[in-house]
Write a protein that binds this ligand. Structure first.
Ligand code: NAD
Ligand code: MG
Length: 356
């Protein structure tokens, strides 16, 4: 961290010790950004867990979760959502100081009643709208990933100030943070990732690629058309919305977009999107996912394996090898997730390490 990107410690965190529990995608980024913002940070991890050595090597004081919680005025719960209820019950609730602040990066467990926080504490949400690696990278270059924040319980009268200070500390304050609720953040976050960002986008890419390949076109050319070039379009959307995209694509592409896009995203697609949303709103998705996790993720693992073995992946690996600037970044586990039974110590290989 250079002095040019150092920012002054956000006031509400000046005299507070922050325990970041979990050192994965979000945890490692938050811990580093907060430290570079002048905040006193300790990291809470299971001894011998998969990220302990990394946190220590990156200069953090690492303690067992219960001990880190006892020493903290603010506890950021940054372990996977499915691991949080047990962590809260066993390590956090019995050890958290009265009047301390409990912070989440996603509202799932509080919203769906999997965690019912103690009443003598503040409970807030600070959710960066981007993966952890981006939260760190944007911070380092003096920018930030926009964040939303919410207050579930305000025992101290300072909960909003603390949430905003945390937003500022991780760099999310550099874009105007938007106040939300645990309910809105949870439901919109799940909808976005299911219908558009992850589920929608990857299934669209795969279906487009399959359509061309089944019609006899070369798989490599289908890869460029349906996957590789998506980045160009997404970058234009990111920079300047639909307007910017229209400025840069050809007239022919615009006419095709306007007249053929609605063939693909038609009334049926909209009905299915409403179905996705309804299952989030009525808790069906949450119940299904919690039951799946408790059963050891059989369906999740099988579906993920099928995605990883899709022929577009083999084509992509071959083509990307000729583009050495496209190396995976390694912010997410490469393996199927830990299961309820194995969360106590399951090593998670990181793609960057695996491919380095
Ligand atoms: P992750 O999977 O990267 O976290 C892994 C970390 O948690 C590791 O340090 C691991 O050792 C630790 N861990 C796993 N199980 C544990 C257990 N049982 N007890 C103690 N530690 C355990 O998690 P993540 O993707 O950073 O998600 C953390 C939170 O941030 C979640 O609430 C998630 O919804 C939210 N979030 C994530 C993203 C993202 O892009 N990944 C974006 C916004 C919000
Ligand atoms: Mg999410």
């Amino acid at each position: 961290m250079t002095s040019t990107t150092r920012i002054t410690t956000p006031a509400a965190l000046e005299h507070r010790t922050v325990a970041v529990i979990g050192y994965g995608s979000q945890g490692s980024a938050h811990a580093k950004n907060l430290r570079d913002s002048g905040v006193r940070v300790i990291v809470g991890l299971r001894p011998g867990g998969p990220t302990e050595a990394k946190a220590k090597a990156e200069g953090f004081e690492v303690r067992e979760p219960a001990e880190a919680v006892r020493a903290a005025d603010l506890v950021a719960v940054l372990v996977p959502d499915m691991a949080q209820p047990q962590l809260y019950q066993q390590q956090i609730a019995p050890n958290l100081k009265a009047g301390a602040c409990l912070l989440f990066a996603h509202g799932f467990n509080v919203h769906y009643g999997q965690i019912n926080p103690r009443h003598d504490i503040d409970v807030v949400l600070v959710a960066p709208k981007g993966p952890g690696a981006l939260v760190r990278r944007e911070f380092e270059i003096g920018r930030g990933v926009p964040s939303v924040y919410a207050v579930h319980q305000d025992q101290s009268g300072e909960a909003e100030a603390i949430a905003l200070a945390y937003c500022a500390g991780i760099g999310g304050g550099r874009a105007q943070p938007i106040r939300t609720t645990f309910k809105e953040e949870t439901e919109t976050d799940l909808f976005g990732e299911q219908a558009v960002l992850c589920g929608g986008a990857t299934k669209l890419v795969m279906a487009g690629w399959e359509t061309l390949v089944e019609a006899g076109y070369q798989p490599e050319i289908a890869y460029y058309e349906c996957l590789h070039e998506l980045k160009l379009i997404v970058d234009l959307l990111y920079e300047g919305g639909i307007t910017q995209m229209h400025r840069f694509i050809s007239e022919t592409a615009q006419y095709g977009d306007l007249t053929r896009g609605p063939y693909v995203v038609d009334e049926h697609t909209r009905t299915q999107m409403k179905r996705v949303l309804a299952e989030i709103q009525d808790g069906r998705f949450a119940r299904e996912w919690i039951a799946e996790y408790r059963a050891g993720n059989p369906n999740y693992r099988a579906l993920k394996q099928a995605d990883l073995e899709h022929p577009i992946e083999a084509v992509g690996r071959k083509l990307r090898a000729a583009m050495p600037w496209l190396q995976p970044r390694g912010e997410a586990p490469a393996n199927p997730p830990a299961t309820a039974a194995s969360t106590t110590a399951s090593p998670q290989a990181k793609p960057a390490e695996a491919s380095a």
